[in-house]
Design a protein around this ligand. Structure first.
Ligand code: SF4
Length: 212
């Protein structure tokens, strides 16, 4: 490792440590505000997703549900237009959603991609961990000049990743500084319900489903 990289990583690590000092309390206060929000609309949209007859309709309702969360949380989140750090971490999506994105964007799907995932055996957590290690720092295939080229069609995983800090410091990927530790909104409940709406099927990272 060059001295320059080493010193950039060390100075980033110091800033991160300072930022985490008291951060959990600040985030808890935001979570308390979020807990007080009316989530009725989101629940309604998820119910519509669960009853959808086709994957395209299901994705449509799940996107609306994700938007309802994101609109409600936006004033408390660090995420801003033009920020794209989270486009260089893993983005795991089910085959059904990848197929919808392929159709909407006229992009070819890599038929060889995909791992079988069993929710009951928590295999999804193992797949995520493996994908995190494999794709950390690799820009998404749809990221060009810092912009998402399929923004209207982006996966649910992208729509639901919200950083509850004040700015993007903790999202920054700094060489040799290790994986970022970010106080993301725990949108896991929504995500799990969304994934369950697709059921046990194949999952993979967006970079595996779609190639450059
Ligand atoms: S699909 Fe778009 S928003 Fe999602 S990771 Fe790729 S470039 Fe970023």
């Amino acid at each position: 490792m060059s001295n320059e990289v080493e010193s950039a990583a060390a100075s980033h690590a110091r800033l991160v440590e300072q930022r985490w000092d008291g951060l959990e309390t600040r985030v808890s206060s935001k979570l308390a505000q979020i807990a007080g929000l009316d989530r009725g609309r989101e629940a309604q949209l998820l119910a519509q997703a669960a009853n959808a007859k086709t994957a395209t309709q299901r994705v449509h309702w799940l996107r609306k549900g994700a938007q309802a969360i994101s609109d409600a949380v936006a004033p408390l989140a660090a995420c801003r237009k033009g920020c794209s750090h989270c486009c260089s971490i893993s983005v795991v999506i089910p085959r059904a959603e990848a197929l919808v994105i392929a159709k909407e964007t006229s992009r070819k799907l890599n038929a060889a991609a995909g791992f079988e995932v069993d929710f009951e055996g928590n295999v999804i957590d193992r797949v995520r961990e493996e994908m995190t290690q494999k794709y950390q720092g690799q820009p998404c295939v749809f990221l060009e000049s810092g912009q998402c080229q399929i923004y209207e069609h982006r996966p649910l995983a992208c729509r639901l990743l919200l950083n509850l800090d004040e700015d993007d410091l903790l999202c920054q990927l700094v060489p040799n500084a290790g994986p970022p530790r970010v106080p993301y909104l725990n949108s896991r409940a929504h995500e799990v319900r969304a994934l369950l709406a697709f059921g046990n099927q194949q999952y993979d990272d967006i970079r595996a489903w779609f190639r450059h």
